[in-house]
Design a protein around this ligand. Structure first.
Ligand code: GLC
Length: 428
């Protein structure tokens, strides 16, 4: 299917998935209708809708929400098809922290309009979003992989919060076995994201980095994956499938893992901060029973949390660039990031909010977030630039083969390395 044809299909899909938010204020002289693509993962759609509505009411413009796939990998594919066809379907895009290098050529330089505000955000994110001196996106929220646990089950079974992967495996097995012996047959020890998509790259990077196996490609561009530590890390994860993790974990993304954990069917879960507000919400079967901490460390390594998160960007193909920049300004403002932190446990990209008492009361773990962020590992998106998606795809497909038992960890890291070398020959 040609790019143009796909863009047309995209238009049809998008048209069916719009929410219209019209400003109540007196319409400005040139009232415009903008489209924003934001995620519907968990509560994100409602939060995005409320933020966009507030802006529409103030500005008199109209905003339409475009539904996009939950999977980061599918979302990138949709954006790339639309943007490379020059489609004007979307004015403001929620983009992943690893995408600026992939999409920069299609994005507006926000520096002239929003550069002064950039200094209130974490410098590392501004650096991440600046390509060839152009600020192509404003930070919206930060993600970092975290370990969720059932504090009530740990207490009942006299177990401590695990700090190493070996302890996690042991504790998950013990609690799962004991609970099943009591008749809780649907309880699993550990759920995470094992589908072959970007989320698996995030999980597997945590396993490998925490075992001392590096970050796939080092900041200087060297491919570092083919080590015994990385192989051990992948073998360990493969050992969870069908033992402490349901066989279906090989097709789990964030929401499948959260669904199981939140319904009370898992002792541990790896997920992003958004899962906290939902687990603690009224009506959640695990409300008041959940703790959250850093992911475990490997035998020699330290804990590692993959750095994720979303940025907001304006498409160069937009017919409403000034209004779109103003919408980005509103959505990434301190007031809006505070609202999203309190309502949805989205970690602000503005350091000042980590000291805000109302934010800390709603999301207590934010006080310790610095520690988690100190242990954060970045995916190699800056060094591999326009090749990042190929690198990540080679990595998650290879890891998925190991998890599915088609190769062991050693053969897996060797095979992935060979694929990465081929990609590197194309240049990074
Ligand atoms: C979250 C993170 C993003 C990551 C994705 C993987 O949305 O914010 O950085 O790529 O999950 O599923």
């Amino acid at each position: 299917m040609s790019v143009i044809a796909f863009a047309r299909v995209g238009r049809v899909l998008l048209a069916g998935a719009l929410t219209l938010l019209t400003g109540l204020a007196a319409a400005p002289v040139h009232a415009e209708t903008l489209r924003i693509a934001c995620s519907a993962l968990g509560e994100q759609r409602t939060l995005c809708e409320d933020g966009a509505r507030a802006w529409a009411e103030q500005s008199g413009h109209t905003v339409e929400l475009v539904a996009i796939p939950n999977s980061a990998t599918e979302r990138l594919g949709l954006y790339q098809q639309l943007l490379s066809a020059g489609a004007d379907d979307i004015d403001v895009l929620q983009i992943d922290v690893v995408w600026p290098g992939l999409l920069a050529e299609h994005l507006v330089d926000l520096g002239p309009a929003l550069g002064a505000e950039a200094q209130d955000h974490l410098p590392v994110l501004i650096e991440n979003n600046t390509l060839d001196g152009r600020l192509v996106a404003m930070p919206w929220f930060i993600d970092a992989g975290m370990l969720y646990y059932r504090a009530d089950l740990l207490e009942t079974h006299g177990r401590a919060v695990p700090t190493t992967w070996a302890e996690l495996t042991e504790t998950a097995t013990a609690i799962q076995d004991a609970e099943r012996a009591e008749g809780t047959n649907d309880l699993w020890g550990y759920v995470w994201q094992g589908r072959a998509y970007e989320g698996l790259t995030c999980n597997a990077l945590e396993w490998v980095a925490s075992h001392g196996g590096g970050t796939i490609v080092a900041p200087d561009g060297t491919i570092t994956l083919d080590t015994p530590d990385a192989a051990t890390a992948l073998d360990r994860a493969a050992g969870w499938v069908g033992t402490i993790s349901p066989p279906g974990v090989l097709n789990y993304a964030e929401e499948e893992a959260r669904g199981l954990f939140q319904s009370g069917q898992a002792v541990f879960m790896r997920n992003w901060p958004y899962a906290w507000a939902l687990a603690q919400a009224e009506g959640s079967p695990v409300k008041g029973k959940v703790g959250v901490t850093a992911l475990p460390a490997g035998p020699e390594g330290a804990p590692a949390a993959t750095l994720g998160g979303a940025q907001l960007a304006v498409s160069k193909h937009s017919g409403h660039i000034d209004a779109a920049i103003d919408l980005v300004r509103h959505l990434t403002s301190a007031a809006e990031q505070k609202r999203r932190a309190i309502a949805g446990s989205f970690n602000p990209s503005r350091p000042a909010l980590y000291e805000d008492p109302e934010v800390l009361e709603a999301v207590p773990f934010l006080a310790d977030m610095r520690e988690v962020l100190d242990a954060a590992v970045a995916r190699p998106s800056t060094v591999t630039g326009a090749r990042y998606n190929q690198v990540s795809t080679a990595f998650f497909n290879g890891v998925h083969e190991v998890l599915s038992g088609r190769m062991d960890g050693g053969a897996g890291v060797t095979a992935i390395t060979a694929r990465l070398q081929r990609i590197k020959r194309g240049g990074w």
